[in-house]
Design a protein. Structure first.
Length: 498
């Protein structure tokens, strides 16, 4: 009964005209950036962070969350019609979706992607509503030692699941932690790593860092590729047949279950979920199997998984205050801009925000189902817009947004620096996501470590004498050891390459 009353509070919050408007705006923008290659939810949320400063916490989070899971819907449209995934998690969808389109079955592929996404999104939202409150209650009993060890485990897991070299991922995490330490030390009042720059006294601007690494760096990279985009012709009926629905029922459920689990893991989210679901489906699907040649199960499974993973990735954010992927790190930044400390206290101190966000996801998934199918023709025609026209608008918006947060010219210089650094990282195949996670979690880890040492009168063994803290640290060490093992490392590299 308590769950129903809490969800009723969430519906009351989400159904206000203002929050409904921002929910619609979020899913609409999410679909748009999912369709347009080169933007994506991370870059879009980074650009919109300054806008959220003028909004309340609930509409800001509802809009930004809508952008994230809305992009999973939009990415499948162009992946199926023109073999051009708008979002990285839709890469797998293009394998069979585009072949279906070439075989004259573009409509059923689009319809199945929408149906699978809607079912998975709703189920994953219910999972979020059921499991987030008990996890938040457990997290409220954590002490500083447990929080430090848990964040350490989160960063290690992000390194293990990151694409590319493990050594590069570790280096990016450490660099992110160092950047997070720039500014004035809370305890001593001394400035650290500011090199006499007054604008760095309050630390490096998260908005400048996020916009530079994910926004403008990606824009510059996309300007290098002058690709010609075609527009697909006739789509036909969007409703899959009863045979297709029966064939894909198991695929949708398996993709939803796998995506719901992988979305919670640090470094997981929609991308890992879609790849894993497609691999699983190829192994367990009953014959005849035509994966890679237009099997509709190759559309249903990854699309269900990436939407489920997008929804459940909010669980560690809302219950523990730990981001599971770069988008969640940006949402933590949005909460901090609102003056809200992420973590389990959000549920107790701001129940209307916590439950309003969950209820808005159900409404957002319904909006996406109604919105996407009628507008498919419009989304595809947007691909004819030359990217050089979008570039100027994105650049101006990023510069204005970065400056408006603190009214500081230093932030503009930081934006330029991180744009150049982000571009170099891309060329060196260094994934910037671990850096952002380290930047967010680094100061939190330092604060909890110092607090734990003060409570224990400087005894560092408090980290291993408390059972839960010791368990987190042991898991972190075991993960690192498995990554050092040659056989495990070879399997990981083969899986990432695939």
């Amino acid at each position: 009964m308590e769950l129903l009353s809490d969800f009723g509070l969430g519906l009351a919050t989400a159904l206000s005209w203002q929050n409904l408007l921002y929910c619609f705006l979020g899913v609409f923008l999410g679909t748009l950036v999912g369709v347009l290659p080169g933007l994506g939810p991370v870059a879009t949320i980074a650009m919109l962070l300054p806008v959220t400063f003028t909004l309340g916490p609930a509409p800001a989070m509802i809009m930004l969350a809508g952008i994230y899971y809305g992009a999973q819907y939009g990415g499948s449209t162009t992946a199926i019609l023109v073999n051009l995934p708008g979002e990285s998690s839709s890469v797998v969808t293009a394998l069979d979706g585009y072949q279906m389109a070439r075989n004259g079955r573009a409509g059923p592929a689009l319809g199945m992607a929408a149906i699978g996404s809607f079912i998975a999104g709703c189920i994953a939202t219910l999972v979020l509503a059921l499991f987030a409150p008990p996890l938040a209650e457990i997290a409220l009993k954590f002490g500083p030692a447990e929080y430090f060890s848990m964040m350490t485990l989160g960063l290690v897991a992000a390194v293990v699941l990151a694409s590319g070299s493990v050594l590069k991922a570790v280096a990016m995490v450490l660099l992110g932690i160092l950047l997070g330490l720039v500014g004035t030390d809370v305890n001593s009042g001394q400035q650290r790593f500011t090199f006499g720059v007054a604008g760095l006294a309050d630390g490096i601007s998260f908005v400048a860092l996020a916009m530079g690494l994910f926004g403008l760096a990606d824009v510059i990279l996309n300007l290098e590729h002058n690709e010609k985009r075609g527009v697909f012709g006739r789509i036909g009926s969007l409703l899959p047949s009863l045979s297709d629905l029966r064939k894909c029922a198991g695929s949708i459920l398996r993709g939803t279950a796998l995506g719901s689990v992988l979305g919670i893991l640090p470094g997981g989210g929609a991308l890992l979920a879609s790849f894993a679901a497609y691999t699983l489906e190829k192994r367990v699907a009953k014959p005849p199997r035509e994966f890679g040649q237009g099997d509709i199960r190759g559309v249903a499974a990854p699309e269900s998984a990436n939407n489920a993973g997008a929804q459940t990735s909010f669980i560690p954010l809302l219950t523990l205050g730990i981001p599971s992927n770069p988008t969640m790190a940006l949402l933590i930044g949005a909460l901090m801009i609102q003056g809200i400390q992420p973590g389990p206290q959000v549920m107790t101190e701001r129940p209307e925000l916590f439950w309003g966000l969950i209820a808005s996801m159900l409404l957002g998934n319904l909006m996406l189902l109604v919105l996407n199918l009628p507008l498919i023709g419009l989304w595809v025609r947007l691909l004819t817009i030359p990217y050089k026209f979008l570039f100027n608008a994105i650049l101006i918006f990023c510069a204005i947004g970065t400056y408006s947060v603190n009214n500081s010219a230093t932030d503009i210089w930081l934006l330029l620096v991180f744009t150049a650094v982000g571009y170099v990282f891309i060329k060196l195949h260094c994934e910037p996501a671990p850096l952002v996670l380290g930047f967010i979690l680094g100061p939190m880890m330092e604060e909890n470590l110092r607090r734990a040492l003060r409570i224990s009168l400087g005894d560092p063994t408090v980290l291993v004498t408390r059972p839960l803290s010791a368990a987190f640290l042991v898991l972190s060490v075991l993960l690192l050891i498995t990554m050092i093992a040659p056989s495990i490392r070879a399997k990981r590299e083969a899986a990432l390459q695939e």
